[in-house]
Design a protein around this ligand. Structure first.
Ligand code: SIN
Ligand code: CO
Length: 406
């Protein structure tokens, strides 16, 4: 192995577990290094990768997936294309309310499988050569012969990994992205594919945003979609202002919280919006100030916020801090599969909450990048009392677990 350059992580142990190192060719990306893939393909052009994960197993069996689709916390959709008509319904679905598996042309999609199944979380972790801030979730689809979601495009990048059976993908970089009216799904009006491939288990297709595609099952099949998060400028702007407001950062220049108008004269046209009010609010808006630091803190909190369907599972009879330290010294700790932990130079962000990195600099980046801390490392680091106290608090919240698996 050649020497690592200065630009790469100082400590190889800090690189994410499961993900290929950024400078090593990997079958996952068809022999490219993650660095080459990001430069040449990411957000730019599709890439077909044969045997990206040879011998891959689906993170769930068909029956386990049907069971999960009955769960209120799982986000599931059923799409049928019976008698040439597209229909969409939202879960939960009792297994016996799904069409028969012998019936053609239907598909069940479950979003956020990584929140429910460790093997799905482990699969998602292989893609952590892309920052966690961009990684969204792992969706799985089960389809019967002829099933699919129709020709469409997505607004975000996606890796489509075939995990069981075969699926025929047709793909095109068309400009016309107009959608059919009066269908419950986003279906392209004129689909003009330029490429066609049949994917077998282990094969993967990367698509950047806005590439038209249609995947049709050839016999029963299952496909995992590793999806990315691309918030709109509108969403980011609105959420940032909301964040500033919540932290009291939107007071007007005079320090007033509530609107005041001691000079408002009596009016004969009460329905008219007072021009002085518009001027005053324009002044308030103009006076909004923030620093780059506020933006970073907002992003860390916002992007690490758990999705609304996430419920953590705190231990029923939690260990005391001393017993936790003893156990963790033997078995290590790992982040719960639902937990998000990020950091920047000043702060760490865990599940939407912010804290100072200062006292956690020695150990937190490593835990955040690897999502676990081996027993030996825990022993070495447990001399930092603030670490054991904080980790114990997170353990009590169900954000970390003792041991190397969830
Ligand atoms: C599927 O798995 O059927 C749909 C995935 C996609 O096209 O984005
Ligand atoms: Co798609």
């Amino acid at each position: 192995m050649r020497n690592r350059s200065q630009a790469e992580p100082r400590d190889a142990a800090a690189a994410p577990l499961g993900a290929p190192p950024s400078d090593l060719p990997t079958p996952l990306l068809g022999g490219l290094t993650p660095a080459q893939f990001m430069r040449g393909y990411w957000q730019k052009k599709p890439l077909l990768i044969r045997q990206a994960i040879p011998g891959v197993a689906s993170p769930v069996t068909r029956d386990a997936l049907f069971e999960l689709a009955a769960d209120y916390d799982a986000e599931s959709r059923l799409i049928t294309h019976f008698r040439n008509k597209w229909q969409l319904s939202h879960g939960p679905f009792e297994p016996d309310s799904l069409p028969a598996v012998t019936r053609k042309s239907w598909t069940l999609l479950v979003q956020g499988l990584d929140l429910h199944v460790d093997a799905a979380r482990a699969l998602l972790d292989r893609f952590r050569f892309v920052p966690d801030a961009r990684l969204d979730d792992l969706m799985i689809s089960y389809a019967t012969d002829g099933g699919g979601v129709g020709p469409h495009f997505d607004s975000y990048d996606v890796f489509l990994l075939q995990v069981e059976g075969r699926r025929r993908w047709r793909v095109g970089a068309q400009k016309d992205l107009s959608l059919q009216a009066d269908v419950p799904l986003k279906i392209l009006e004129n689909f003009e594919p330029s490429d066609e491939w049949v994917l077998e288990p282990g094969d993967m297709l990367y698509l950047p945003p806005h590439i038209a595609h249609d995947g049709v099952a050839e016999g029963e099949c299952m496909t995992c979609s590793i999806g990315f998060r691309a918030p709109s400028a509108g969403e980011l702007g609105a959420q940032f202002l909301y964040y500033l407001a919540e932290r009291g950062g939107l007071r007007d220049a005079g320090g007033d919280d509530l609107y005041r108008d001691p000079k408002q004269p009596a009016v004969d046209a009460p329905a008219q919006l007072p021009p002085a009010m518009v001027d005053r609010v324009a002044e308030i808006v103009d006076a909004i100030r923030w620093r780059k630091r506020d933006v970073a803190e907002f992003l860390g909190c916002y992007l690490s916020e758990p999705k609304s369907n996430v419920v953590f599972d705190p231990p029923e009879r939690p260990l005391s801090e001393a017993a936790f330290v003893t156990q963790a010294s033997r078995r290590g700790v790992c982040l719960d599969r639902r937990a998000a932990l990020m950091y920047n130079a000043r702060s760490y962000f865990i599940n939407g909450e912010e804290g100072p990195l200062e006292q956690a600099e020695e150990w937190l980046p490593e835990l955040a990048n690897q999502r676990r801390m081996e027993a030996k490392r825990f022993v070495t680091l447990s001399r930092v009392p603030s670490m054991t106290a904080l980790l114990h608090e997170w353990y009590r919240a169900g954000w970390i677990r003792v041991g190397s698996r969830n």
